[in-house]
Design a protein around this ligand. Sequence first.
Ligand SMILES: [Zn+2]
Ligand SMILES: [Zn+2]
Length: 355
Amino acid sequence: MAPRVCILCCQAVKWAPVVFISAIVGWSYYAYVVQMAILTADTIAEKIIFLVLYHPILFLFVWSYYQTIFAKAKTPPKEFFLSQTEWQQLESETNENNQRDKLNNFAKKLPIQNRTIAGFPRYCEKCKCVKPDRCHHCSVCSICVLKMDHHCPWVNNCVGFHNYKYFVLFLGYALLYCIYVAVSSLKYFISFWSGGGATGVGRFHILFLFFVAVMFGISLISLFGYHIFLTVHNRSTLEAFRAPIFQTGADKDGFSLGSRANFAEVFGDKKSHWFLPIFTSLGDGVSYASRLQPTISYNTMGTTPRAETTNLGDGVTYPTRTVDLDSDGLLGQRQRWMEEGDTESSYENKGIESA
Ligand SMILES: [Zn+2]
Ligand SMILES: [Zn+2]
């Protein structure tokens, strides 16, 4: 009984931020539509304009939020997981050189470019899998998430390959919602101080509506701006904190293919779909074109073909180099499976979750 209560308590805590945001949005609907547009607006024309402009913005905002929350995180394909036998052999091996060889042999057939600081394929001891490029283990979700950006408590979900476009749109539409509400309620906010406009409790709804819209709007500007910056530079939040390591060393711009191609990788190549929270990101989330490997020559685990990547370039050509696991000059250094000397849960401990 006790564990069940604990699980329910945990779930309640995890969903609390989502409930909080939903409650704010629900209240703002009442304050804007009922108190301001219907009961307070001066003319019929003003009422109609307020209502007609408000609802499409709200719809896109709520749709993006819903998609970000409920998109199921993508995990590595089964080819990346060690079998029970392979895992036991790896665990029972006491010689680090032999462990390294076993892991390298296993990873040889996989389309990976990213390494640990010591040159190893990146390995998740919890999931018992080799991590695909840009994939990280989320200590909250307890799974490895493809192109993990961060775990976001405000959506109670990991943000990654499966929902990054939704997340950026959610921030954008939330900002637009705040700006629209603040600008259209400004006139009635000013009249509050001069004693005009709404009467009774409606005055306070409009007053707080303006304050809340401005407050959220200010915090969203920097967050939305930061994620647009990350999108056009083809970095995840985790990669912005710690550059991914390639055959040639750490490179924070390793996956950057030019701003247009980077944008297309997240938003797709159909302009008509860019602003809708439907999945149009390019690729399969498992393997990525990079500056070292501008086109993907392998069939990535038999999932979504990534033929689009050859059209992503912006005219810049990069030297092509294939990944050769056996010629890694970094392997002579201290051997570690985890990245750069600590556990990946340290990402979360550094406050990245709070985005
Ligand atoms: Zn994992
Ligand atoms: Zn997570």
